[in-house]
Write a protein that binds this ligand. Structure first.
Ligand SMILES: Nc1nc2c(ncn2[C@@H]2O[C@H](COP(=O)(O)OP(=O)(O)OP(=O)(O)O)[C@@H](O)[C@H]2O)c(=O)[nH]1
Ligand SMILES: [Mg+2]
Length: 220
């Protein structure tokens, strides 16, 4: 009689591999446990994200308790600008933010000394990976034109707040604020729209109030 070889039972990789939650889930869980909100600021190149973070650091009573993570192809430059006002600045020189690299950096932060994590990334046209943030904030600039909320409608839809920076440029730039606001409202009825200038400080209080509320909510 012909002998048939006994095959070992098939063990699927799913069963043998230890379960590891995705990086964004681990980040959210850890920051949540510590009551630290992570706010992701995202917008087109040059929309004023770094300038806004700088103005924020200058306005907050304890900037030393803020950590900033910057991701863009030349993030080191933004990090250099920010380090003058903030001890905890990390960067990734990459065009697209990845949850795994953000999580790696967050794990290296002295989280007991941190109240807020700000993540700056450049983009918003292509669908983005969830980075483990609690809130997404879209940042657009007056000089970028009044069509940006329509162009970046997916980003606007997923944002808790929409910032329109560089309003000190009003006298110099053709920009229809009604069109911009209507485009935001078409896709997102709830986002707070905040117009400000990170350079002159006009409107910054609204942004700081929003941020303070986000911090308080997380602590609660
Ligand atoms: N007048 C004026 N200039 C601003 C304001 N905010 C930003 N800028 C200027 O706009 C330019 C771009 O600002 P950044 O903050 O570097 O823009 P960004 O979004 O971080 O750019 P990327 O990191 O390259 O995506 C800089 O020259 C800023 O100084 C503002 O409120 N008013
Ligand atoms: Mg920047």
């Amino acid at each position: 009689m012909e002998k048939t070889a006994i095959k070992p039972p098939m063990v699927s990789a799913e069963i043998t591999a230890p379960f590891r939650p995705p990086p964004q889930a681990m980040m959210r869980e850890m920051l949540s446990r510590l009551g630290i909100p992570a706010v992701h600021l995202i917008g087109p190149p040059g929309s004023g994200k770094t300038e806004l973070i700088l103005a924020t650091l200058k306005s907050l009573p304890t900037p030393s308790r803020v950590a900033v993570i910057v991701v863009n192809p030349a993030a080191q430059r933004d990090a250099h600008r920010l380090r003058q006002h903030c001890r905890q600045v990390e960067f990734v020189d990459a065009p697209v933010p990845r949850a795994a690299s953000v999580w790696n950096l967050v794990q290296q932060l002295p989280l007991k000394e941190i109240d807020l994590v700000l993540i700056e990334t450049c983009g918003g046209l292509a669908p983005l990976e969830d980075l483990g943030q609690n809130a997404t904030v879209a940042v657009f600039a007056f000089c970028g034109g009044d069509d940006k909320a329509a162009e970046y409608h997916a980003l606007v839809k997923n944002s808790a707040a929409v910032i329109l920076t560089q309003i000190d440029m009003r006298p110099m730039v053709k920009f229809n604020e009604r069109v911009f606001e209507e485009d935001v409202r078409t896709v997102n009825a709830n986002a707070q729209i905040i117009s400000l200038s990170a350079v002159t400080g006009i409107g910054m209080h609204q942004w700081l109030d929003w941020l303070t509320e986000a911090l308080a909510m997380k602590k609660r």
